[in-house]
Design a protein around this ligand. Sequence first.
Ligand code: URA
Length: 299
Amino acid sequence: MTSNSLNIKNCVEKDVLEWFLDNGIDEAVSTSPVDKTAVGKPPISNVTIDNVKQQSQAATPAPAQVQPAVSAEDMAAEPLMGTAQALIEAKQRAADAKTLEELRATIQSFEGLAVKKTAMNMVFCDGNPDADIMVIGEAPGADEDRQGKPFVGASGQLLDVVFSRIGLSRTAEDAKNGLYISNILNWRPPGNRTPTPDEMRIAQPFIERHIQLAQPKILVLVGNTPMKSILNTKEGIKKMRGQWHNYETVTAELPKLDQKIIAMPTFHPAFLLRNPGEKKTVWQDMIMIQEKRKDLGLL
Ligand code: URA
């Protein structure tokens, strides 16, 4: 190979790798591709990079027997759901869930969010469901997707440190000092992009039912996305943080709340990692949460 063709090869490989990263492919988990859109179909396990290479190098290659991952019959039997239909089904499923376990199961089997097809695991919750405080983030990232738990990556570690300063922890055995953690969206969006407005609308009945079933006294909404969705507002986090807001269920199909829940929006830990100077602002929010716990007799 000439040095010129080597350079071209390196450039092409770099472009391909960048394209992978832009599309959320940031980890090699296997040498053979798995099409997660092939719902219910086992992966074609005998196809590897090596035997694809061997096939393409064979002197008289047989025409490749390409199996479509989703057959025409499957597509006809399981049409992709439009947003309106997905929203109706999400509301119905959320309203029907009577326990957290039922809610987890119904989200797991819900086919109305395309992000489910690209994610590895559903991320439902972590911590103590009896805790007085429920933390709601945006959506799982790569670490959360791998482990099936919210806030386990770098921003999750900072979140744990922030709450530990006021004596709260997701691993605390007593509910008083516990935290319960979830996200607006239960599936990782490819490339860690922000959930789209449609995804947020479809996920909203589920997170609202999640709040109703967990019955926290205080919600802590970390970042713009959960704040906008849960408080049904177009205001930004900078204006809304540092103040208490009354939470009302937005999804009309769900039962009304039978207890008062208040919400404190604060900055997302990923924002703090990029802007460490804002840690003092979040510390002010934590002090307000601590004072409210005292006022409500939760300490
Ligand atoms: N960011 C979130 O909003 N949620 C997570 O679970 C992880 C990172």
